[in-house]
Design a binder for this molecule. Structure first.
Ligand SMILES: Cc1cc2nc3c(=O)[nH]c(=O)nc-3n(C[C@H](O)[C@H](O)[C@H](O)COP(=O)(O)OP(=O)(O)OC[C@H]3O[C@@H](n4cnc5c(N)ncnc54)[C@H](O)[C@@H]3O)c2cc1C
Length: 377
């Protein structure tokens, strides 16, 4: 990138962050009003209007390169954390959208990057739907095109997403990534059942059976989706969203105790102290994960292992925080309709990410034989 272009981009990112901060303060001051199963359309629209979605694209595509550069990664971290604070459900959807932009930038052709940009300009939200339903999604060659069959079982924002990146398993070999429109309401399915939390994420299922796709809808090569370190490294973004939920919960704990005149009690103070430690611990882990994700010096296994441990550290901090909040606020933390109750449920649900045992033991077996690397940002 030319120096002038880089300067313009850095200025653009700084302006972007200031705008985001204002928007965050405004939304933070608003009381929870929409029913919890309603998709947060107003917040999504405001983020789109403020240019958040455009900023994600590369500079060549008219964005601020937030999904590629280490500097962009710092802003992305703040964005995901802030949105996670305001709505874990929208945070989940934004994180999926970011993942699509990133994968298309990494593995797509120039034409595919243009297509993504123009489709999202018109229709907004992209989804990454990789978790298979029953039957799993397969891909079969038919002449010069391909036919999809099967169901994606966890599809966030199933009614809002207009374009999804899905994985599909061919007759032979590893799954491929496919970019496919998802606007056919007749293909939407109810999903895995009613989750305890994250209702506003509108997570359902989508049936791809019979859909034809062209060769240019296939992204990268077979197996690219699972290519490391990208496959595991992307988990830092989910942790950043969860951290936003942790921030929110700590604030709600303080506010509730103050409102009830209980904040000066020594037992409550001890729990507030513990909560602050948990939040800071989670934040430090996510920052370490962001540095690892963008490091150009670190071995792939170091990156994967650090990010896997970060994901679990954030999970543990959040679970401990939930226990503290329940103890501190008592039954009032269990009253439906209160923000604190909803955030706890959303957070506990969102923390269920794939294969946590494997993430822990694989990281452990790497660091049994290897020293922790110096993180070079
Ligand atoms: C609100 C929400 C929205 C979501 N949206 C999407 C989406 O848009 N797109 C998408 O693709 N997915 C989505 N998901 C699914 C998500 O990405 C994960 O697939 C899902 O959360 C995995 O959770 P799990 O607890 O069932 O994981 P699992 O991996 O099944 O883990 C459950 C437990 O089983 C253990 N385990 C895992 N594998 C094995 C094994 N082989 N043998 C023995 N034990 C095992 C794990 O370590 C863990 O202890 C969403 C999930 C949520 C909660």
């Amino acid at each position: 990138m030319a120096i002038a272009e880089q300067d313009a981009c850095e200025q653009g990112l700084a302006v972007f962050e200031a705008k985001l901060q204002r928007l965050f303060e405004e939304w933070k001051a608003k009381p929870l009003s929409a029913p919890e199963n309603e998709f947060p359309v107003a917040l999504l629209k405001e983020l789109q209007e403020k240019g958040v979605f455009s900023a994600l694209f590369s500079i060549e595509e008219g964005g601020l390169g937030m999904c590629r550069s280490a500097e962009g990664g710092q802003y992305l971290f703040t964005l995901l954390r802030r949105v996670g604070y305001l709505s874990l459900s929208l945070g989940r959807c934004l994180e999926g959208h970011v993942n699509v932009v990133r994968l298309v930038e990494l593995y797509g052709t120039t034409a595919q990057r243009h297509v993504l940009r123009s489709r999202l300009k018109q229709a907004g939200l992209a989804g990454i739907w990789v978790t298979d339903g029953n039957p799993l999604v397969t891909l079969k060659r038919e002449g010069s095109s391909y036919r999809l069959s099967g169901i994606k079982g966890f599809a966030s924002a199933v009614k809002q997403v207009s374009l999804a990146l899905i994985t599909a398993t061919p007759n032979q070999g590893a799954p491929v990534m496919v970019l496919v429109p998802t606007t056919d309401a007749n293909r939407q399915r109810p999903g895995p059942g009613t989750l305890t939390g994250m209702h506003a994420s509108g997570t359902g299922a989508y049936d791809f059976t019979g859909l034809r796709i062209a060769p240019e809808d296939i992204l990268g090569s077979a197996g690219d989706y699972l290519r490391q370190p990208e496959f595991s490294a992307g988990a830092w973004r989910g942790s950043a969203v969860a951290l936003g939920g942790i921030d929110h919960l700590v604030d709600l704990l303080r506010q509730e105790l103050l409102a009830r005149g209980r904040a000066d009690n020594p037992h409550q103070l001890a729990r507030i102290g513990e909560a602050l430690i948990l939040r800071k611990t989670a934040a430090m882990w996510v920052k370490e994960a962001v540095k690892a994700a963008y490091s150009v010096h670190m071995a792939s296994e170091d990156v994967i292992s650090i990010i896997n441990l970060a994901r679990l550290a954030v999970e543990r901090a959040a679970l401990e925080l939930i226990t503290l909040v329940q103890r501190s606020l008592g039954l009032s933390a269990f009253i439906k309709g209160k923000a604190v109750e909803q955030v706890m449920r959303d957070l506990a649900t969102y923390l269920r990410q794939p294969a946590p045992d494997e993430a822990l033991t694989e990281a452990a077996s790497w660091f049994v034989h290897n020293d922790w690397p110096e993180v070079v940002s």
